[in-house]
Design a protein around this ligand. Structure first.
Ligand code: FES
Length: 215
């Protein structure tokens, strides 16, 4: 589980003003009216409230992860993520063998590149939202492909009932709303709904807003 500092995208030594600025920014990014989800929005609010209330000590990301690993024996899976929308800007491709190395060196924002931890009971989408990330979605049930990710490394099995073609599956495309990684370390590119090959599968988000807009 991401620490409150991870969720706001600030370092543990951030002062009050930096925390507040980051909170305002993240609240805008994750607000359901701006394409985020209620889960991500709530995660950001809770992170800020916990820091403000002094409920969490300013532990570094790595110290925090080690502490979790030492005390929590439930399986957790580390997922390194990258936003597909950044690929064009940097002239990168999903086929680049060193895609994630280049992303790590590119000084991308926390919403575009980073790591999340996925628990066994969570889908990939839920884990992203619990980390305060606003990944795209609509139906949350495998029917629209708005939540599609490309798996670059690792294994993410997919249930039988979904909208993807076999060709997509063979290319490593998965639906984050119904899948969970099973390898300790996984790399995924999210937002691949913008890939030309995905366009035919996309169902408009507005078809699902009535049922899922408030999550
Ligand atoms: S949100 Fe529709 S398939 Fe995942």
């Amino acid at each position: 589980m991401a620490s409150p500092y991870d969720i706001l995208g600030v370092t543990r030594d951030a002062d009050e003003e930096e925390v507040l600025d980051a909170y305002r920014e993240r609240v805008k990014e994750t607000h359901p009216d701006h394409g985020g989800s209620a889960r991500a929005f709530q995660a950001v609010k809770t992170a800020y409230e916990r820091i403000e209330a002094g409920e969490v000590s300013p532990v570094s990301v790595h110290e925090g992860r080690e502490a979790v690993e030492e005390t929590d024996e439930r399986p957790q899976y580390r997922v390194e993520f990258l936003n597909y929308e950044r690929l064009d800007e940097h002239d990168w491709s999903l086929d680049d063998e060193d895609l994630f190395e280049k992303a790590a060196d590119a000084n991308l924002g926390n919403a575009d590149y980073g790591e999340i931890t996925v628990e066994e009971s969570e889908t990939l989408l839920e884990a992203a939202e619990n980390a305060g990330l606003a990944w795209p979605f609509a139906c949350r049930g495998g029917a629209c492909s708005n939540c599609a990710v490309a798996v670059i490394d690792g294994e993410v099995p997919i249930p039988t009932s979904h909208v993807l073609t076999q060709e997509m599956i063979d290319r490593g495309i998965r639906l984050s709303c119904i899948t969970t990684p099973v390898t300790e370390d996984t790399q995924v590119v999210f937002n691949v709904k913008h890939m030309p090959a995905m366009e035919d599968l996309l169902l408009s988000e507005s078809r699902f807003n009535r049922a899922y807009g408030t999550d």
